[in-house]
Design a protein around this ligand. Structure first.
Ligand SMILES: C[S@@+](CC[C@H](N)C(=O)[O-])C[C@H]1O[C@@H](n2cnc3c(N)ncnc32)[C@H](O)[C@@H]1O
Length: 254
């Protein structure tokens, strides 16, 4: 089973404790700090649109790209329900086929790049982003830090049991390759009319593969493809990242 198929339809439920408003405000603070004038944004790995929709609502002209049809399907339903039209493209960002140049900003939020497990592929993405941006354009992304993947997610088991949804999440981290396999087993309550059949659940399984990147590795990669003024902030602060920052925000300019 590939990544983000059935999982796409429970993703927003599982992320219901994430403060996306704060996330979007933080992205705007980084845009401001960059000094770039941003009206249009290309968002890579946009998922169900949790960042895309609020940014569109704030008036940015935004397009989202994601490899998962199902994640985009959820994004589209939400945008239609809210009356916020979105441009969504189903593509692998490693092979990004996009030819609108001179973009103000390219964004990738919440682990999109952790899913790119080959460093050469990530370099290819960075080079394409550089090509697409206008001069002075800003590239912003955030990832789960090496510290978080190794020490928090590591080889841990997590689980939760809710009324309509339960899951078991088992991780295997390989320090040699810096790759983490995440096995997700989830049980979704089946909606039935009959009260007697009220405890039927469907079981799904997906295995997600991510890579833990060192901050210095990514800074080098950004500079190699031409980016300048590279800065890395820890968690949701505009301060330099620390050893135990779990989320790293990268800002760089063309
Ligand atoms: C953790 S979700 C984040 C979604 C969204 N950015 C958010 O903030 O909620 C990671 C997303 O990366 C997408 N993704 C993973 N690999 C990708 C690739 N090679 N090309 C495009 N999207 C990818 C997945 O389909 C998924 O939607």
């Amino acid at each position: 089973m590939s990544q983000y198929e059935n999982f796409a339809y429970i993703y927003d439920d599982l992320m219901d404790d994430v403060d996306y408003e704060m996330w979007v405000n933080h992205i705007e603070k980084i845009i401001k700090k960059s000094g770039s004038s941003v009206k249009n944004i290309l968002e890579l790995a946009c998922g169900t649109g949790n960042i895309t929709i609020p940014l569109a609502r704030k008036g940015y002209d935004i397009a989202g790209v994601d490899i998962s049809y199902s994640m985009l399907d959820v994004a589209l339903s939400k945008s239609e329900e809210m009356g916020i039209p979105l441009v969504l493209l189903e593509q692998d960002i490693v092979e990004l086929d996009f030819d609108l140049y001179d973009l103000d900003c390219v964004l990738c939020a919440c682990d999109g790049f952790n899913y790119i497990t080959e460093i050469d592929d990530l370099k290819k993405v960075f080079a394409k982003v550089y090509e697409l941006l206008k001069k002075e354009g800003v590239f912003i992304f955030d990832i789960s830090s090496y510290y978080k993947i190794k020490s928090i997610l590591g080889n841990n088991f997590m689980g939760e049991s809710r009324e309509n949804l339960s899951y078991m999440w088992t991780n295997y981290f390989d320090e040699e390759t810096n790759l983490i396999d995440m096995e997700l087993d989830f049980f979704v309550k089946v909606e039935v009319e009959d009260d007697e059949e009220d405890n039927l659940y469907e079981r799904y399984r997906e295995v997600h593969h991510q890579r833990a990147y060192e901050e210095s590795e990514l800074v080098t990669l950004l500079k190699e493809v031409g980016f300048r003024d590279v800065e890395v902030f820890g968690d949701f602060d505009l301060e330099k990242s620390k050893e135990n920052s779990q989320r790293l925000f990268f800002m760089s300019k063309k």
